[in-house]
Design a protein around this ligand. Structure first.
Ligand SMILES: [Mg+2]
Length: 179
């Protein structure tokens, strides 16, 4: 069916740090609209994507802009992560709807063909990228407690994190207040 066909990402990598800066530059990418939950950090704050801090620094050092677009509802938590990684962005973005992506595009001042959306979920990140005519890159979902609907359709919208793959524990997790 055409809906499912259109839900395929442009590219897939297992983790963020598998995405080489040179490769992004070769694609003409100057900005990234980035997902937070289960892409950078697991929803329960237990795991970080391996080497994510170094990768984020490398991306920005190379002049590629990053704007977080998160559907997360907990404000304190969102502020904690944007501050820890020195990123700007918005929460409660209601992906896949276009408004959050439009806000990111206004902030980054780049053309559509210079921006990639990176995230772990087809129905929010990848579908949102399609609605906004942006390139999309899917990564595997960091291990996280499953919501009820993920037990039903999770296999269709996320790629499980490979068991053989390295994971970083979030050792500063106890500082996070949930509010
Ligand atoms: Mg996500």
């Amino acid at each position: 069916m055409s809906l499912f066909f259109s839900l395929r990402p442009s590219f897939y990598f297992t983790t963020l740090s598998d995405i080489q800066i040179h490769w992004l530059e070769k694609q003409g990418i100057r900005g990234i609209i980035l997902d937070l939950d289960n892409t950078i950090v697991s929803e329960d704050d237990r795991y970080l994507s391996p080497n994510v801090e170094a990768w984020l620094n490398q991306v920005t050092r190379n002049g590629i802009k990053i704007f977080l677009v998160s559907n997360g509802k907990r404000k304190t938590r969102f502020l904690y992560w944007t501050e820890r990684f020195n990123l700007s962005g918005i929460q409660k973005a209601r992906k896949p709807f276009r408004s959050g992506f439009q806000q990111a595009m206004r902030s980054m001042r780049l053309n559509l063909n210079q921006v990639a959306v990176i995230g772990d979920s087809l129905h929010t990140d990848i579908l949102g990228a399609k609605f906004s005519n942006l390139m999309s890159i899917q990564v595997a979902s960091l291990p996280h407690p499953k919501r009820w609907w993920e037990n039903l359709i999770g296999a269709y919208i996320q790629i499980p994190y490979p068991k053989s793959y390295r994971l970083d524990f979030n050792r500063k997790g106890s500082h996070i207040t949930h509010g």
